[in-house]
Design a protein. Sequence first.
Length: 122
Amino acid sequence: MSYLELYNERVRDLLAETDQDHANLKIVEDPQRGVQVVDLSEIIVSDAAELMELINIGNKRRFVANTGWNKFSSRSHAILIFNIEGVKQTPQGMLSVRSKLQMIDLAGSERAASSENRGLRM
């Protein structure tokens, strides 16, 4: 799994060991693999508890701000990327299936007048 955010036109790895190494990643298009984020962490997850722990770590690192509607309103877009691989023995041999699931959380878009969004939060 990988977890990134887009904030102020910068791509940041939410699961990186240090923010210095992954503070403004580049997005490129690979002819074979499609759109890729260079140097984005990819962590192998073995169970649901480990997955939830990593999601919680990433959520704590996201940019949030207080608004009139929400104490912790997200200010960034976030993308969770899951690369899922399954292997099965068939009469014809080993069958490998790969899928990619991307879940996107868009930044809060509260109405500014009623949420008291001002300045940088706007």
